[in-house]
Ligand binder design. Structure first.
Ligand SMILES: NC(=O)c1ccc[n+]([C@@H]2O[C@H](COP(=O)([O-])OP(=O)(O)OC[C@H]3O[C@@H](n4cnc5c(N)ncnc54)[C@H](O)[C@@H]3O)[C@@H](O)[C@H]2O)c1
Length: 420
């Protein structure tokens, strides 16, 4: 049984996972120092510390390599899992792309115990609930989930599972990168945007009703809070700081929605003062939509409220070639759920033709979030290589010569293995 704990956004380095050493609070400027503690822990655990004297005669580089190998070997030998992750394969194309993502993630060597859970249409079929209690229990326990797309039944009383999950775990950050990739047809080159969408407030909070039984009018109330605005804008700045991003653009409609938009802009501008090294500007949503389709390269990190964020993040996916390659993350202080931006694509269900990259890139974001930065990079690099070559890709990427979902996943795994 695996006992790994997960690090969450804003809490990285506060506690080390079992068998891992948190180095983040120490000044470890040299690579050897960064790996040394972890290597020594593994050596001790393996009962090999008697060999330590031998290492004293080795060069730093050789020691580094050996320590890494021993660390990997030690983990593999014990078959120990580092992380428990809830896996929700989802509906439609979900099971097929989730299986591909799982195989690719497992091929990185990061040990994950997958806790597979049923939700969505299958949940309705089996338990008469699109979000059965055991799914919530599993995420509550593991704190990390990789989720396939879920079909939201239309015209029934069932709530949106995606919205319910965000509310249940207070996943206030919706983070979606939109990055150009060679081999993916798009109108622009070198786009590299990160959208931070507030995920819990405003028009998605579910405060809506008809004003009378005749349905003569309907009302949706969008509440924007000071605390909610502050945490999402701060998250965007913290991300920018950590990843060397230069600029944060806050998007609003404060000229018309003077209270909700006004509060978001006021709070965001105050938060920006704490980050003098990161450029800050704001744009009104309609102007922003036009600017993005005219010249997306002028933007870097974008932060906005729920509804505008929903629309802008799809727009940004479109700028880099559509949904097949677009990953996303829903992150809170306690838990995080990673998923593809696209839906369950009922038109492709059972055909083994769906592109597995979006959910796999979401899996790479999950690994990065867990601190498995190298594994995350290897996945991203292998996907870039396969997509750039354009041979072993699904129909959406090359309609004239394509392979199945499974075959594309195989090619990505092969790419990772041949690179290491
Ligand atoms: N996060 C989620 O779980 C999520 C997100 C969006 C939509 N949905 C749900 O999904 C269902 C279908 O929604 P929709 O049809 O509007 O959007 P969709 O994203 O499922 O499909 C839109 C188009 O993109 C294509 N497409 C999507 N993913 C693809 C992939 N991986 N590879 C190749 N092509 C792909 C589809 O074939 C379709 O032509 C709905 O029930 C909706 O509520 C769920």
């Amino acid at each position: 049984m695996c006992t790994g704990q997960h690090r969450v956004q804003g809490a990285r380095g506060e506690g080390a996972e079992e068998g891992k050493v948190s180095n983040e609070n120490k000044d470890l400027s040299s690579p050897i120092l960064r790996v040394l503690p972890a290597g020594l822990i593994e050596l001790q655990e393996s009962g090999w510390c008697v060999c330590a004297i031998f290492f004293l005669n080795m060069s730093h580089y050789r020691f580094l390599k050996l320590a890494c190998h021993l660390r990997i070997f030690s983990r593999q030998r014990k078959g120990r899992c580092l992380y428990n992750v809830t896996l929700i394969p989802g509906d439609g194309i979900g099971p097929s792309i989730a299986d591909s993502a799982k195989r690719i993630i497992d091929a990185t060597g990061v040990k994950i115990a997958w806790d597979v859970q049923i939700a969505g249409s299958l949940g309705v079929e089996k338990f008469n609930d699109p979000l059965p209690k055991q799914v919530l229990d599993s995420i509550n326990k593991n704190k990390i989930a990789l989720k396939g797309p879920l079909t939201t039944p239309v015209g029934t009383g069932f709530r949106s599972v995606n919205v319910a999950l965000r509310k249940e775990f207070d996943l206030y950050i919706n983070l979606r990168p939109a990055k150009s990739m060679a081999g993916v047809k798009s109108h622009f080159e070198n786009v590299d945007l990160i959208v931070f969408r507030e995920n819990t407030e405003e028009f998605y909070a579910g405060i809506e009703h008809y004003i009378d039984t005749k349905k003569s009018a309907a009302e949706t109330i969008g509440v924007v809070t000071r605390a909610g605005s502050e945490r999402i804008v701060r998250a965007a700045f913290e991300y920018a700081k950590k990843h060397g991003r230069k600029k944060v653009t806050l998007v609003h409609k404060a000229n018309i929605m003077k209270y909700t938009g006004g509060l978001f802009l006021e709070v965001g501008s105050a938060v920006a003062q704490d980050y003098p090294n990161i450029e800050f500007n704001d744009r009104i949503i309609d102007n922003m939509a036009m600017q993005l389709v005219m010249n997306p390269n002028q933007f870097d990190v974008i932060v906005t409220t729920n509804l505008f964020g929903d629309i802008l993040s799809d727009l940004c996916s479109g700028l880099v070639g559509g949904l097949g390659m677009a990953p996303g993350a829903n992150i809170g202080t306690e838990a995080a759920i990673f998923e593809a931006v696209h839906g369950s694509a009922p038109d492709l269900e059972g055909k083994n033709l769906a592109n597995p990259c979006a959910i796999t890139l979401a899996g790479a974001m999950m690994l990065d979030h867990l601190g498995e930065v190298d594994a995350a990079k290897r996945i991203a690099t292998a996907i870039e290589g396969v997509v750039k070559r354009g041979k072993n890709v699904t129909r959406d990427l090359n309609p004239n010569s394509f392979v199945t979902t499974t075959e594309m996943a195989d090619a990505i795994i092969e790419g990772m293995q041949s690179a290491s």
